[in-house]
Write a protein of this length. Structure first.
Length: 71
């Protein structure tokens, strides 16, 4: 996977989506995306990149740490 820098949060977005998908798979006990996992990952990254560009005041790093349980 190559990280494309689109917004100042691009690296965080990639980590956030990866962790969200891992967490969902662990909770379900299986990988719900199977062969389409990369496509789902890319779709989610694109959605969050769009959100970051439209809402520059949102701090996605905080979102990442909240998800990780560091808050």
């Amino acid at each position: 996977m190559t990280i494309t820098i689109i917004s100042r949060h691009s690296k965080t977005i990639h980590k956030l989506v990866e962790e969200q998908m891992k967490k969902e798979a662990q909770e379900l006990g299986f990988d719900p995306w199977g062969d389409t996992a990369q496509e789902e990952f890319e779709r989610r990254v694109t959605d969050l990149e769009q959100h970051a560009l439209e809402n520059p005041e949102d701090d996605l790093e905080i979102m990442f740490y909240e998800q990780e349980g560091f808050s």
